[in-house]
Design a protein around this ligand. Structure first.
Ligand code: NIG
Ligand code: FE
Length: 417
C-alpha cells in the first residue's frame, strides 16, 4: 500500500496488550493507545483511559500485542545486482577474504551499483524494503559504500532518502565511503581516504544526505589509522560515527570507535575485553549481526558474556547486503541471535527496539512507546511477545502503524480499523 492510500491511525486503539519498552518488565495488559494528528498522545490501561478520549474513533486491535516499531539499525539496502554466484564459490571452498582479494566481493557490487541508474536502484531496494516493513520495521539505517565515487555514493544516498519519502518510513543514512578500495585506487588507499575525507564527505554532508559516517576497519578494508582520519573528518562536519569492527580479526576498531564517541560498533565477533571496556565507558552500542555470522559460517562468537558484564547495550540488525547477509527478515535475526549467540528473549526484544534506536542516536524518537512520539507501532497476532523470537520464517505481524498511518500486512489477520 502506498503512503497516500494508507488510512490514518488517529483514534483510540483498544483490545490490546502493550509492550512499551521491549525487554523491560513494563507490559500493560488490556491497554489502550490514543493517536492524534499522527502522534501518540496517551497510553495506559484501558480502564484508565481519560474521559476526554472516549468519544474518539475506535480501532479494535483484535487482542494483539503492540510493540514499538522495529528498528533495523545496520543495512546496506541500496545496491545493484546480487552475489549468488559468489555464495556458490564459497560453498565450493573459496573464503570471503579470498574472493575479495581476487576482485570479487564488495567490488563486484560496486561495479553493478555504478552501472545502475537511480530508478533501477530504487526499484530493487524497494523490493527488499517491503518485506522488512511487513515485519514491523518503522525506522531503518541505510548505508552507502557500493558507489565509492562521489557521484555513485550520492546516487545511493539519494535513493535511500527517496525510499523514506515513498514508504513513509524513517530512514537514517550513513556514508560508508571507506567500505572498500575502488579498483582505480589500487595500491593508493591513503589517496582514496583523502578523497573520502576532503571531497566526498564535505559534498554529501553539504547536500544533507548524511546522518552518520561509517568505515570498514579490517585487513581487507581500511587500517585503524585510515579509519581515524575518516572519524576526524566526520567530526569536522558535526556527524556521529559508527564502525564495522572486529568482524574477521581484531584491529582494535571498537576501542578506536569508542574514543570518537561512536554511536555503535558493529559485528564484533573478535572483540576483546579492552574493546568492551572502551565501549562501555563511551556508551557505544554493540550491534550484533547474526545474519552475517550465519551466512559466512563463522564459528567465532561475539563476546556476549563480557558485553553483559560491562553493561554494553546490545542491538541486532539484518546487515542486509548482497555478500554476507542477503536477508530481509529482522524477526529471523532475533531467532538466530537466540539460537546462535544464546541471547535471551528480553535481550533480543530490546535489541531490535530500544537498543537499536540508541545505535542510531534516535532513542528519543524510536524504540519505545511514549506519549509525544510519532505513532510508529506494530500489532502482533501472538499470545506472548516471546513468539517474536520463536517462529522462524513466519510473520505474526497483523498490522503496522507507521508515521501515523495504518498498513495491514498480508500475512497477518489485520486490525479491525
Ligand atoms: O557488513 N563487512 C563489510 N560490509 C558488509 C559486507 C559487504 C559485502 O560483502 O558486500 C558487511 O558484512
Ligand atoms: Fe555491514
Amino acid at each position: 500500500m502506498t503512503i497516500s492510500h494508507a488510512p490514518s491511525a488517529d483514534g483510540v486503539w483498544h483490545h490490546c496488550h502493550l509492550l512499551p519498552e521491549p525487554g523491560q518488565d513494563t507490559a500493560l495488559r488490556d491497554g489502550a493507545i490514543v493517536v492524534a494528528d499522527g502522534r501518540i498522545v496517551w497510553l495506559g490501561t484501558h480502564a484508565a483511559l481519560p474521559d476526554t478520549y472516549r468519544h474518539l474513533p475506535r480501532h479494535d486491535a483484535g487482542g494483539a500485542w503492540i510493540t514499538p516499531g522495529l528498528v533495523d539499525c545496520h543495512t546496506h539496502l541500496v545496491y545493484g545486482g546480487q552475489r549468488a554466484d559468489e555464495f556458490a564459490m564459497r560453498l565450493a571452498g573459496a573464503s570471503y577474504e579470498e574472493i575479495a582479494r581476487a576482485g570479487g566481493g564488495i567490488v563486484s557490487t560496486v561495479r553493478a551499483t555504478r552501472e545502475a541508474d537511480e530508478d533501477t536502484l530504487f526499484a530493487q531496494a524497494a523490493g527488499r524494503l517491503r518485506p522488512l516493513l511487513a515485519e514491523g520495521v518503522t525506522a531503518i539505517e541505510i548505508k552507502s559504500g557500493y558507489g565509492l565515487s562521489l557521484d555513485a555514493e550520492r546516487k545511493q544516498l539519494r535513493v535511500a532518502r527517496r525510499l523514506g519519502t515513498a514508504f513513509g518510513v524513517t530512514v537514517h543514512t550513513t556514508f560508508l565511503g571507506a567500505h572498500a578500495l575502488p579498483p582505480e585506487y589500487a595500491g593508493r588507499a591513503d589517496d582514496y581516504i583523502d578523497l573520502v575525507c576532503d571531497t566526498m564527505l564535505p559534498a554529501l554532508a553539504g547536500e544533507g544526505l548524511v546522518d552518520a559516517v561509517d568505515a570498514f576497519c579490517e585487513g581487507i578494508g581500511f587500517s585503524p589509522a585510515q579509519t581515524r582520519r575518516v572519524f576526524e573528518a566526520a567530526a569536522r562536519h558535526g556527524l556521529p560515527v559508527k564502525l564495522h569492527a572486529e568482524q574477521l580479526s581484531n584491529l582494535g576498531g571498537a576501542a578506536l570507535a569508542a574514543s570518537h564517541q561512536a554511536l555503535s560498533a558493529d559485528h564484533l565477533e573478535h572483540l576483546d575485553e579492552a574493546g568492551v571496556r572502551a565501549m562501555a565507558a563511551a556508551g557505544t552500542v554493540a550491534v550484533l549481526l547474526p545474519g552475517a555470522y550465519y551466512f559466512l559460517r563463522d564459528t567465532h562468537l561475539p563476546p556476549l558474556a563480557l558485553l553483559r558484564e560491562h553493561g554494553v547495550r546490545i542491538a541486532l540488525a539484518t546487515d542486509h547486503n548482497p555478500g554476507t547477509s542477503p536477508t530481509t527478515s529482522l524477526l529471523l535475526m532475533m531467532n538466530m541471535a537466540c539460537t546462535l549467540f544464546r541471547m535471551t528473549v528480553p535481550e533480543v526484544l530490546a535489541g531490535v527496539t530500544t537498543h537499536a534506536a540508541h545505535a542510531l542516536g534516535a532513542a528519543d524518537r524510536h524504540g519505545t512507546l511514549a506519549a509525544g512520539r510519532v505513532a510508529d507501532f506494530v500489532l502482533w497476532q501472538v499470545a506472548t511477545p516471546a513468539e517474536l523470537a520463536y517462529w522462524f520464517g513466519r510473520n505474526p505481524c497483523a498490522a503496522v502503524v507507521r508515521q501515523g498511518r495504518i498498513y495491514p500486512t498480508e500475512t497477518g489477520a489485520g486490525a479491525k480499523a
